[in-house]
Design a protein around this ligand. Structure first.
Ligand code: SF4
Length: 353
């Protein structure tokens, strides 16, 4: 459900489109060009308070403060990797929840991985973010502000965004879609939709609906197994949706958007990493439009999954390639600053941070 109010009931202005802000300001008796100025303060100058919006009159700033909240995340912790420059951030929300975001530097630009929910209820067995279940959905402003704060803190432009941190985007559908439109808006940070990636564990109706949005976003599917049987041992969502239907939805996404998919495959020793499984995966994906991204799984202490060894990863990759599948191996980023995704937040919450 789309939620445009913050927890004290004031309207969340950072989650609004320019048209909506224009309507709001007109209702307050202001001219429409004020809406453009305000939108620019929020989404281009990345203002953290109404007080700092110096081109707006004192009276307007007073009215804004009275009626609206300007979501601004608090930096609780920043950790920098000495190995590859990756930075992990813990941000505090207005209700005291903590979320994790990651900033990574690549040759093609700076990428931010954001959370879309506080926690997650999908229960994937290899994931630290789901261990305490779902706390709540993030509003569009709270997704935007992860990027805005990181851009302000690093002083560098963010060119790519992956919605791949804590949360299942299709479980917070309206807020995520609104976020994608705002972050790619020409009047805001204007990040190309082609540089936005949304990762899903495979919610079939969500993928089909997402295909109809008219967006040019990359969809990444957390696949992690070549068949339903193995997939069910790793991902409870596989009990709800059969692989056949998930891949059918992915094909539909390609047909509608022309965007090739990314199939994420975390390699777990002894669970899904033998050559038989590589062969089955090659057969499964033979006619799909996309590439496989192999991820050496990051161990989390609450589970006993172990990363595949280098040779197993290389053999798995070679077999896929021999069968004509495009494959990449995800570089491990920020291994020295919190390990697996969601792990830094988890250790902070347990007082080990
Ligand atoms: S991998 Fe993603 S969908 Fe699965 S539990 Fe973790 S956050 Fe949720």
């Amino acid at each position: 459900m789309l939620d445009l109010k913050n927890c004290d009931g004031r309207k969340d202005i950072k989650s609004m489109t320019l048209d909506e802000i224009t309507e709001e300001l007109e209702a307050l008796g202001e001219k429409s060009f004020r809406a453009k100025q305000l939108y620019d303060w929020i989404h281009v100058k990345l203002a953290v308070s109404f007080d700092g919006m110096s081109s707006l009159s004192k009276e307007l700033r007073r009215k804004l403060k009275e009626n609206y909240s300007l979501t601004s995340l608090k930096t609780v912790e920043e950790r920098r990797s000495r190995v590859d420059g990756t930075r992990k951030y813990l941000f505090g929300l207005e209700d005291g929840h903590i979320i994790e975001s990651v900033w990574m530097q690549y040759q093609h630009g700076n990428s931010v991985c954001i959370s879309s929910q506080v926690g997650c209820r999908m229960g994937c067995r290899f994931c630290a973010s789901t261990l305490d279940g779902l706390e709540r959905n993030l509003r569009p402003s709270e997704m935007l502000d992860q990027i805005y704060r990181i851009q302000s803190l690093t002083g560098e432009r963010v060119s790519h965004v992956v919605v791949m941190g804590a949360g299942e985007p299709m479980d917070n559908y309206e807020n995520v879609v609104r976020f994608l439109r705002l972050i790619s808006s020409e009047k805001g940070l204007n990040i190309s939709q082609r540089n936005l990636t949304v990762s899903t564990c495979g919610i079939v109706p969500g993928i089909r609906r997402f295909a109809e949005e008219g967006l040019q976003v990359t969809l990444a599917l957390s696949l992690h197994a070549p068949n339903d049987e193995v997939r069910r041992t790793l991902m409870p969502v596989a009990n709800r949706y059969k692989l056949e239907d998930v891949l059918g939805a992915c094909r539909y996404y390609f047909e509608k958007t022309g965007r090739r998919l990314t199939f994420e495959y975390s390699l777990v020793r002894g669970v899904n990493d033998n050559l038989e499984e590589a062969g089955a995966l090659a057969r499964l994906l033979r006619d799909e439009k996309g590439h496989v991204n192999l991820i050496p799984v990051n161990p989390i202490k609450e589970r006993d999954y172990v990363q595949s060894d280098r040779k197993a990863i290389a053999d798995f990759k070679n077999l896929l390639e021999k069968n004509g599948i495009n494959v990449t191996i995800r570089r491990e980023m920020g291994r020295d600053i919190g390990g697996a995704c969601g792990q830094l937040r988890k250790s902070y919450m347990e007082g080990e941070g």
